[in-house]
Design a protein around this ligand. Structure first.
Ligand code: SAM
Ligand code: SF4
Length: 478
């Protein structure tokens, strides 16, 4: 069994709030787990069960360093057993930073008079996408402030425009969205642009703290935001991403909030979130943040391992907010997607001047400023298989993480071959010679590994398609 039914004090109802802060704290306060309990919970996760709130609290409350190491080892094992060595790459593209809200942690907040406000025109957007395509990107997440200018029609227009931009062999094959919550009709309009995931971060699941940080604008309404992705589901967007901004409140509580949100969506829509994001607050222009709940690297790596174990079949996204060292460690716990070559200043992908970071032009500071190729090169050296795959979304295979997790052989038959094919395209079209050579060695190693498995994987057909890509064909997938 994979879904674990959970009885919570607030019953799950579509489009109704579901967070009970006292209940979450009771779970966290009543647990002083023994080593046996912690090991039993890790075992349940490795047996492919999603963890309950009570079980997640047991992992959170395991403080003995040796047990924390066992939790991390469990996460690494789950990743090895289930997901293998693929890492999907994407880039964020900021469309506009006008904003009517006043989130105290964000450089785009309305009250920040220092912020340089800008919205990409169609021509500027095309230039940005061409620059991203020239780097080899195939998957983007478009990011918007909350402002009347960024209506559902505008969001849909920008997403459609991105799909239309083709430069050389470049094209964007999946457009995800990170924007304010909409009403059902608004979500329908955005869905019509054929978007991938709609992402909304709750920021904090703690209602009182939420009020403290959100000082004005529509975003002040905790419950409207909390039920935002319910409305997306009602509008037919079944691919949604949740997240919490770590550092606003106690990290232990936020992990529980993310699990509660996951089981709410499962209970109401029979599908959990496609992805979970767990950004940590970074320096930003005019930021107002006392640092009381700042999350240390030690706690951060522990919490990512706990999330991996708690929701074994959900994609985990790690962004360039984190340093290279932290990224390298937590990728081993089963992070499935990272961004590469990230620039947050509006219009900066196509700019050749102004390479220096300017906090007044971006939402927050980035800590991993490596280029996409530098990241790919390093992933290859570390034994990962970088992927730009978009096959499931384009073939209507929704719930791909769930399939990867639950359908035997799915990764070997689809994900790994598609990772190799999209990596091959990247190596042919965009990589410098050294990365190209390294990349083809990694592809060959992965092919040999698949051959050795002796399962029903058509390795000769993968080889055949790789040759077709080398001969000039593009966009081949299983
Ligand atoms: N304006 C929309 C909203 O608030 O949902 C769209 C996305 S906002 C531009 C993207 C996310 O960036 C926010 O949801 C928040 O979690 C995160 N963010 C804001 N300020 C940040 C900071 N100082 N450090 C790290 N992440 C931050
Ligand atoms: Fe606006 Fe989003 Fe920043 Fe809040 S987090 S100020 S809503 S851009």
């Amino acid at each position: 069994m994979i879904f674990t039914p959970e009885i919570c004090r607030i019953p799950d109802q579509r489009m109704k709030p579901f967070i009970d802060a006292d209940e979450i704290w009771e779970h966290l306060n009543n647990t002083s787990p023994s080593a046996e309990q912690v090991r039993a919970v890790i075992g349940r996760s490795l047996a492919k069960n999603r963890l309950t709130l009570a079980e997640t609290a047991i992992l959170i409350n395991a403080n003995d360093p040796e047990l924390v190491e066992e939790i991390k080892a469990g996460a690494r094992e789950l990743k090895e057993r289930v997901y293998g060595n693929r890492i999907v790459l994407f880039a964020p593209l900021y469309i506009g930073n006008k904003c009517t809200n006043n989130c105290s942690y964000c450089g785009f907040k309305a009250s920040n008079n220092e912020a340089v406000r800008q919205t990409l025109s169609d021509d500027e957007l095309i230039k940005e996408v061409e620059a991203l395509e020239d780097n080899g990107q195939k998957r983007l997440i478009l990011v918007y402030g909350e402002h009347p200018d960024y209506s559902p029609e505008f969001i849909a227009h920008t997403a459609k425009l991105v799909y239309q931009v083709k430069k050389g062999n470049g094209e964007i094959r999946r457009v995800n969205i990170n924007a304010a919550p909409l009403d059902i009709e608004g979500f329908r309009i955005v869905k019509s642009a054929d978007i991938g995931t709609y992402q909304i971060f709750q920021e904090t699941y703690h209602p009182e703290s939420y009020k403290h940080y959100h000082l004005g604008g529509k975003k002040r309404n905790f419950e409207y935001r909390l039920t935002g992705l319910d409305r997306a589901q009602e509008a037919g967007i079944d691919d949604v991403g949740i997240g919490a901004l770590f550092g606003l409140y106690d990290w232990r509580y936020e992990v529980m909030g993310l699990i509660r949100h996951t089981n709410h969506l499962e209970a109401c829509y029979h599908v959990g979130p496609h992805t979970i994001s767990f950004p940590r607050i970074q320096e930003a222009s005019a930021i107002n943040f006392d640092g009381k709940y700042r999350v240390s690297d030690y706690d951060f790596t522990k919490l990512v391992a706990i999330l991996r174990l708690a929701v074994p079949y959900t994609g985990l996204i790690l962004t360039a907010r984190e340093s290279v060292a932290v990224r390298t460690e937590v990728m081993r716990f089963g992070v499935s997607q990272i961004d590469g070559g990230t620039k947050l200043e509006i219009g900066s992908y196509s700019e050749t001047v102004n390479e220096k970071q300017d906090l007044n032009r971006e939402q927050f500071q980035v800590n991993d400023s490596r280029s996409l190729n530098e990241i790919i090169d390093e992933l290859l050296s570390d034994g990962f298989l970088p992927s730009f795959c978009t096959a499931c979304y384009r073939l209507g295979r929704t719930g791909e993480h769930f399939m990867e997790f639950s359908v035997p052989g799915f990764i070997k038959r689809y994900c790994s071959p598609n990772a190799m094919l999209t990596l091959c395209e990247y190596l042919e079209d965009y990589a410098p010679l050294t990365t190209q050579e390294k990349g083809f060695v990694v592809i060959e190693k992965n092919l040999l590994d698949l051959e050795k498995l002796n399962e029903k994987v058509n390795v000769p057909e993968i080889r055949n398609r790789i040759e077709r890509i080398k001969a000039g064909e593009r966009d081949l997938y299983f």
